[in-house]
Design a protein around this ligand. Sequence first.
Ligand code: SPV
Ligand code: MN
Length: 625
Amino acid sequence: MKDEYANILTDKMDAESFAKLDAIDNEALHTFVADAVQLGRPDSVKVCDDSDADVRYIRERAIEIGEEVPLAVDGHTVHFDGYNDQARDKERTKYLVPEGMDLGGRLNAVGRDEGLAEVRDILDGAMEGKQAYVRFFCLGPTDSRFSVSCVQVTDSCYVAHSEDLLYRPGYEQFKKVEGGDFFRFMHSAGRLESPHGHPVSADVDQRRVYIDIVDDRVYSANTQYAGNTVGLKKLALRLAIRKADREGWLAEHMFVMGVHGPGDRVTYFTGAFPSACGKTSTAMLPGETIVGDDLAYLRGVDGEARTVNVESGIFGIIRDVNGDGDPVIYNVLTTPGEVIFSNVLVKDGRPYWLGMGCELPEEGVNHSGPWHKGKTDEQGNEITASHKNARYTVRIADLSNRDPRADDPAGVPVGGVIYGGRDSDTSVPVTESFDWAHGIITMGAALESETTAATLGAEGVRKFNLMSNLDFLSMPLGKYIQNNLDFAADLTAVPRIFATNYFLKGEDGKYLNGMLDKAVWVKWMELRVHGDAEGIDTPTGRIPRYEDLKRLFREVRDKDYSQEDYVAQFTIRVPENLAKIDRIEKIYREVSDAPDVLFQTLAAQRQRLEALRDAKGDYVSPLEL
Ligand code: SPV
Ligand code: MN
């Protein structure tokens, strides 16, 4: 290591930590770590490798400093984020854009020099009085064409511990990195206060997540919520989208799952759903196998689309996880093993959450401190027992439904891609696109969803969210769509594309489907990938035939599926679909680099819908198609 870095670091590290860093012969790494240490000024720095001893150190230290509290079940802990630090902060998440670079508007950006100065000023001395941790992880399996090495410097043991559950160890892998080809994250929870006995970021009004796309570096300050702080999750996704653009692959906000078809057939699907729209519960469907629930990299390899789970764990929404709907997760959450609960209610060492399927205690401790039923906050809003965005963090290796190929360095082949949103009145429960471009444009690029508690702001508002990736897009929208369109060009087996909607409501405002009906939709999609079921052409794509669903409902759910239900669910709603096209076109008219084919494809869909309306009216039963 160069003397200038060694001088800074030996001051803060013991010989063992220094030796671990020095053993990675990479000047770009040493530069980053020395700079982060000089900026944050922690009292000491611990460098961790992949050893069990270091992983244990972090786990125990999180408890020692109070960031996590042990629960009654062995290996379970709870972490509380501050009352106003419960979700991703979109507003104060910004790209640092160098002069002359155009990200195509729409994205939240600040000039690079100005933004760097601002966030570095906030981080100046932010680690004082604390220990900082240097961790190495790998995005995607190690020793794979998909691998992306990462280094995280953080002063939060909760963040470092979460990363142990969520990512593959990357210290040894890092030794193979050439030059600056890795992602860097510096995080500080900032000044801490403990109004309720556990330390939380005191200055959340000074919260920042600033993404430096020039240096593949992200700074996060004055926050603890994992979506803002765990570098490898949504912060890395933003860097990965640009890396994928440079290198000709795709970085997506998608689950990866194996759907089990007839015989021993397993067909892999990726699925993009905005937060809290049934994404994890789809990946966790009983009888199927999970590769990952949130992030996927896709590459064309020898004419085949292949994908990996970027992560190795789940940071999942705990609300409504119960023994009936999510038996596998529920089992992990209630038996000994490593689990971090966040922002749940705790009473007598037991975690409780909304929708867990039992009576909740009337009092306990939650993210607001001591809690009792009916407690209100300063604005007079009722504080629920657990936060609606309360989470659990677990390893996929601990799940009984882990797919055997979950860590395959070659990835798994992609048979189908699913786009799903929360849509109460427009789309039928499942549709297959006519082809790749039709799916990318009318399903992926036109994805909308009604908002949920996973990000700050009002709930229930319909929001445009292309590929469910809008929050993380770090490049012009049009180019990103074009990259998705181009992805299929070199493939000999092009994955099929589907749209799902689990949230369609009838005229009475009630959901038309049960939450487990998605188990049937995935089986139908699996059959379609292999040409084993027919589809009915509609203006918006192909939908299932009643006979096929009736058989599948019997097989998968042991339920009688009535023709009446089928008609209610699969009636083509022409006015709503036309209104959606109007909304989407309006958005893209303001996207300067939107590809022409996007407008052509939407226009063709409008024509098909109008022709159907002229022939059969506004609401057309699938039996009439
Ligand atoms: C999401 O909100 O999409 C998540 C959780 O997966 S977060 O880490 O907050 O992004
Ligand atoms: Mn997500």
